[in-house]
Design a binder for this molecule. Structure first.
Ligand SMILES: [Zn+2]
Length: 161
């Protein structure tokens, strides 16, 4: 048996038991071949790390230390908890905004709430007071007209006098 074949037998032997004849032949090769014995040792070591029944026991007090760390994390949790809720609040706010926007789009124009005069002016970025001021100015102009009329009447009267 050459080393190549011996290796194949070795690999198979880790998964399933070899035939008695194969096992004997492999054993014979390993006894005379230090290189294949080393390979066998290495493979077994690697497999020992992979197999669940070879998983090493946790260090002493591992569980206690782990639980302590979990408890510490729980203490720090409220901040995370708040963050989570802030995140949800933002999502909720966005959802409300979207719903509101959709609602506005779906609502027929006639049904939309009538804005008050001041609100409309405010939305048009105008100062509601300027219009009042212009009204006052108009008033003043009217007053002026009235005054002129009266003045002219006075003039006429004065002429008659
Ligand atoms: Zn060999």
């Amino acid at each position: 048996m050459d080393c190549k074949k011996a290796e194949r037998f070795l690999l198979r032997s880790y998964d399933t038991a070899l035939e008695p004849e194969e096992k004997k032949r492999l054993q014979g090769h390993l006894e005379g071949c230090p290189s294949c014995r080393r390979k066998d040792r290495e493979y077994r070591e690697i497999l020992g790390h992979l197999r669940p029944d070879f998983i090493p026991e946790p260090l002493p007090y591992f569980r206690e230390r782990l639980l302590a760390r979990i408890r510490e994390k729980d203490k720090a949790a409220p901040a995370l908890f708040g963050l989570k809720w802030a995140h949800r609040a933002v999502l909720f706010f966005l959802a409300v905004q979207i719903l509101f926007g959709v609602g506005l789009l779906l609502t027929p124009r006639e049904k939309t709430r009538e804005l008050s005069r001041a609100e409309r002016l405010f939305l048009q970025n105008e100062n509601p007071l300027t219009e009042t001021a212009s009204l006052l100015n108009q008033q003043r102009a009217e007053d002026k007209n009235m005054m002129l009329i009266f003045a002219s009447l006075d003039d006429r009267n004065g002429g008659r006098r």
